[in-house]
Write a protein that binds this ligand. Structure first.
Ligand code: SAH
Length: 380
């Protein structure tokens, strides 16, 4: 059966030791990296003297990063409007994620944050309005022309479903041990993933193009890959998890058929694949495209190419990967394998680190509606 992500996917909810809220430092780096772009986009919108500023964070999850984005926006509005003695727009902030996301935790965090902000800002405090918006960002989420700034961080590599053709008998051998594209995958298999990404990313762009107000911006960051020759670091990240699952199959702890049926709905594209989808879909102009590298271990800030403490780095990686795919693995294999699975995974990741320091490639894009760019040119 094809897994529909919309119905089963979520990060680990709550605020406990294994929750996404406590294990989202890796993803925080992207929010820090996009800060100047967010500030620029907010200033640009403020120039038009809007009465309100409507922002949506797509794939907000249930952790603090979305609030970091919100504080970047509030501070930029404050600074910009105070420096020009202008009336501040009222801020409406939409939190979007799939319906299984732990919105309760997110709402509680946002209320605590509001309280803290009120204390910090004193007289200068202006209320902002946080709204939950459950649903898949591959569909329409908001009324036409109603949002000025879309932001999405570490979310768009998640596909709406595992590519359908993957269940064909031709991929039987692959499915027995793999959960994502691996070094032995055929080009047909990689193509299936790319096709799913094309469909999903085009649907995303189409929906947002209807919802964005003219003059608004969309700032996206997601995992990509830099090398056309290789399938990127994700093949190792997930290959090491598949290896742990395979070992558990051979010890009789996981059913073989269950592993055969498990594939991850994720794809890390090349920048040229992303560019070509944006061009083909046709609604947006890619104003900026950047990429940065991020160590697998979010606590490792060094630029050296070797990992000093491989065991602790392995455990760090396993902990946040558990917060990300733990709920999906638990819904498929059962809760009781998680502890064992991720302790094996931590060891596999440590071993992998003897080959050098593994890194992710993260893409950052700024998009504007195309008509506007043309309209601008027309004015010149
Ligand atoms: N932006 C957050 C969370 C990143 S985790 C941060 O930076 O910390 C990725 C999030 O994307 C998850 O919460 C997941 O549920 C969400 N997601 C994945 N596919 C989605 C979809 N189709 N629609 C909405 N949210 C989605």
């Amino acid at each position: 059966m094809t897994m529909i992500v919309e119905q089963v996917f979520s990060m680990m909810g709550g605020s406990g030791e294994n929750s996404y809220a406590k294990n989202s430092r890796l993803q925080e780096k992207a929010v820090i990296m996009t800060k100047p772009l967010v500030e620029e986009a907010v200033r640009e919108i403020c120039k038009t003297l809007p009465e309100k500023l409507v922002v949506a964070d797509l794939g907000c999850s249930s952790g603090p990063n979305t609030l970091l984005l919100l504080s970047q926006i509030i501070n930029t509005v404050d600074e910009y409007c105070c420096s020009l003695s202008r009336q501040k727009p009222e801020i409406q902030f939409y939190l979007n994620d799939l319906p299984d996301n732990d919105f309760n935790t997110m709402f509680q965090l946002s209320v605590q944050y509001q309280k803290k902000f009120r204390e910090e800002k004193g007289d200068k405090y202006e209320p902002f309005y946080v709204v939950g918006s459950p649903g898949s960002f591959y569909k329409r989420l908001f009324p036409s022309k109603s949002v000025q700034l879309f932001h999405s961080s570490y979310s768009l590599m998640w596909l709406s479903q595992v590519p359908k053709g993957l269940k064909d008998e031709a991929f039987d051998h692959f499915n027995r041990t793999a959960i994502y594209i691996n070094n032995e995958s055929s080009s047909i298999l990689s193509h299936l993933y790319l096709e799913q990404f094309k469909t999903d990313f085009s649907d995303f762009l189409k929906s947002r193009s209807k919802e964005l107000i003219s003059g608004g911006s969309m700032i996206l960051s997601f995992l990509g890959r830099s090398d056309i020759q290789s399938s990127g670091e994700l093949i190792y990240l997930w290959g090491l998890l598949a290896e742990a699952l395979s070992a558990m199959v051979s010890e009789g702890l996981v059913e073989e058929d269950k592993l055969k049926d498990f594939n991850l709905p994720i794809y890390a594209p090349l920048m040229e694949e992303v560019r070509s989808i944006i061009t083909m879909e046709g609604s947006f102009h890619l104003k900026q495209a950047q990429s940065f590298e991020s160590n697998w271990d979010p606590f490792d800030e060094s630029y050296e190419n070797f990992v000093e403490d491989k065991s602790s780095s392995g455990r760090n990686v396993a902990k946040y990967i558990r917060a990300v795919v733990g709920p999906l693995a638990a819904s498929h294999f059962g809760d009781d394998i998680l502890e064992d699975l991720f302790s094996r995974y931590a060891k596999n990741v440590s071993r992998h680190m003897y080959n050098g320091k593994p890194k992710y490639t993260v893409f950052i894009l700024v998009l504007k509606l195309k008509g506007e760019v043309q309209a601008h040119r027309g004015c010149k």
